[in-house]
Design a protein around this ligand. Sequence first.
Ligand code: ZN
Length: 338
Amino acid sequence: MPELPEVETVARDLARLVGGATICTGRILRTANLSTPDPETFTRAIAGRRIEGVRRRAKWVLVDLEGGLILMVHLRMTGQLVVLPATSTPDPYVRAELQLSDQRVIRFRDVRAFGRLALVARREDGSPSRSLDPSGEAALGDHGPEPLEATFTASRFASDLKGRRGRLKSLLLDQRFIAGLGNIYVDEALWRARLHPLATAAALRAAEAERLHHAIVSLLREAVAARGSSIDDYTGPDGDGEMQERLAVYQRGGAPCMRCGTTIRRVTLGGRGTHYCPRCQPLPRGRRAAGSVGDLKKSSTLRRGPRWSESLEEGSLGATATERAAARRRAVRSGGAR
Ligand SMILES: [Zn+2]
């Protein structure tokens, strides 16, 4: 699932590709993907609006439209935003499309269809409202701080951790505590900070909290610079990311730790695959641990199947030029003969 670096990449690509363009018409092909308003109101309200810019908040892409509206997009599992010539043929996974006045089209493509779109008003402070009423409640008001903003300091993070008795991993996944992190970057940040996923958040020592803050910020900066991790179905509007090649533990269960050589463990914690080095990230003793090794269920070290886009043949239905190019690059990288 795309996390902060991937969503940031999508927003930056889109800003460059379609910033300043005008939307002639917009239509929703699968109504279940639209949270608000109804499809007729959506089509009426979006027509003729210029795209002023594209930005990110948490894991949402926010497309700022002329006249105080925001198109919100959450990619969830398999969502993709692609910009194509208007003449290209849509495939069965396109859930919504925006025709631009310059003969291009923005398509929201989503194989598993868990993604979400919403057309809402921009509130006075620039944040999205929950509806087309700009004085409405903030749509993302319950989200935690943005880890790449200057206000996310080590001391603020340390004080936020105080009083949180839960497991470190679950807390970092909670969007109300910190925005934008998901399974990939939480596992990676914990490895970098040498902290066990079951450590009690509130019991971290000052130096550990500072290490974790530094790990989160530096990891996310690096991942944004690398255009995110192209794992499963993620690809940016302007091509794949490369961070997947630099991940130390995520999907490396059974492989040697890059720091100490110990075998990376893959376990299931709260239903989520969790990867860590048992030597670099020891379970703390006593009350400093929010659980025991018994809570970690052994899990297969096997990767899931190939990305569906890896099985695409040249010219196959649904593949965009970007995907075909990305599939070719991956095949070359992995030494495949495709
Ligand atoms: Zn290690």
